[in-house]
Design a protein around this ligand. Structure first.
Ligand code: MP5
Length: 193
């Protein structure tokens, strides 16, 4: 089964992972700044955990996937710095603990590293594609969120997600990892808003 087959076979799970009230409010510009800030700090924590996850995934990746995962890792570290600069300029508290939906997601990524490469790679592709589609659905977004949505919907990000999809097809797409990751994405969008 290909990665694309998973999206087509599980349309409800996919729609729930990529649409949310939070995203509607970003698109309309009606989301309260405090809700966005809360979500931003939680997503920072997620990206920090994702960086560690991806580093460990790179360590067990087949030769053919090393360049892709290494370039993704460099981009993810830059993304973490980008989050930190926004969090600092908005005067937010980075010590804020993980909310349950974020903590469950991070725990799942850690658990996946005990499993085979295919499911972990499927989860990485799923979370990146879900994030891209979720933000595309909120584009172009009203102010003051436009700059954020532009940042999360670039052509480079789209190309990266496509390359991950080819890697998943080579490794074997894992339905369970796809569905669990989709459910965790859905929960993450309910953290705020
Ligand atoms: C991503 C994210 C993708 N930042 N947050 C969630 C809840 N899911 C997916 O992150 P990135 O930074 O594009 O790798």
């Amino acid at each position: 089964m290909t990665a694309q087959d998973l999206v087509e076979r599980h349309q409800t799970a996919w729609l729930e992972a990529t649409r949310a009230v939070f995203l509607d409010r970003v698109r309309e510009g009606t989301l309260h700044a405090g809700d966005f800030d809360l979500w931003l700090v939680q997503d920072h924590h997620f990206v920090a955990a994702e960086l560690r996850f991806q580093a460990r995934l790179l360590a067990v990746a087949p030769r053919a996937d090393q360049a892709l995962l290494a370039s993704g890792l460099v981009a993810l570290e830059a993304e973490l710095s980008w989050f930190e600069s926004h969090i600092e300029s908005r005067g937010l508290d980075l010590d804020e603990p993980l909310r349950p939906a974020a903590a469950a997601y991070v725990a799942y990524l850690e658990a996946l590293l005990e499993d085979a490469y295919g499911p972990a790679l499927t989860a990485l592709w799923t979370l990146e594609r879900a994030y891209l589609e979720a933000w595309r659905g909120a584009a172009p977004a009203a102010e003051p969120y436009r700059e954020f949505v532009e940042h999360w919907t670039t052509y480079e990000f789209e190309a990266y997600v496509r390359d991950l999809e080819s890697a998943v097809d080579r490794a074997g797409a894992d339905a369970e990892a796809f569905l669990t990751t989709a459910a965790l994405e859905r929960q993450f969008w309910t953290i705020a808003g």
